[in-house]
Design a protein. Structure first.
Length: 157
């Protein structure tokens, strides 16, 4: 079954790609201004608890690109999703659409998180105290929202 991307999915894909590009351009342009020692790790309160070489920041775009690629590949293979509800000919397209949207939103969130972390590291800034709770709430909300939509669609057999 070939699913068409929705406008929302296309916009998020484009914004995600632009964010990855901005991520790389930001590091390339600001490399000379980044101090030789930058935050290497933050604790749950956003306080820097380890400093390291500025070369460590290069791991973030690599990991971000890896996750972006991984999520992109997964969105192209609906058979690999393992949807835990009964799909029928009448609800399959909608369930797959919600599932793909969930994956695309999660992909965007992951890339945004890595870019935000790199920006703070490059500027030797602590993270806001509410970073971790807000991050967890956003991810939880995304998962719960789409799982409820998928489950409700599966119940309409």
């Amino acid at each position: 079954m070939k699913l068409k991307h929705t406008k929302f999915q296309i916009v998020l894909e484009i914004v995600g790609l632009l964010l990855i590009t901005a991520f790389i351009v930001f590091l390339f342009i600001s490399w000379d201004q980044i101090p030789s020692e930058i935050p290497g790790h933050y604790n749950a309160k956003g306080v820097v608890d380890r400093y390291g070489s500025k070369n460590e920041i290069l791991a973030l775009p690599i990991i971000g690109i890896f996750f972006y690629g991984f999520f992109t590949i997964i969105t192209l293979v609906p058979a690999a999703w393992g949807i835990p509800i009964k799909t029928t000919a009448s609800n399959m397209e909608k369930i797959y659409d919600y599932t793909r949207t969930l994956l695309i939103v999660m992909k965007f969130e992951v890339v945004s998180i890595f870019f935000y972390l790199a920006y703070n590291m490059a500027n030797v800034r602590p993270l806001p105290v509410m970073f971790t709770p807000i991050l967890l709430l956003i991810i939880a909300f995304t998962l719960v929202y789409f799982l409820i939509r998928i489950y409700k669609t599966g119940k309409k057999i």
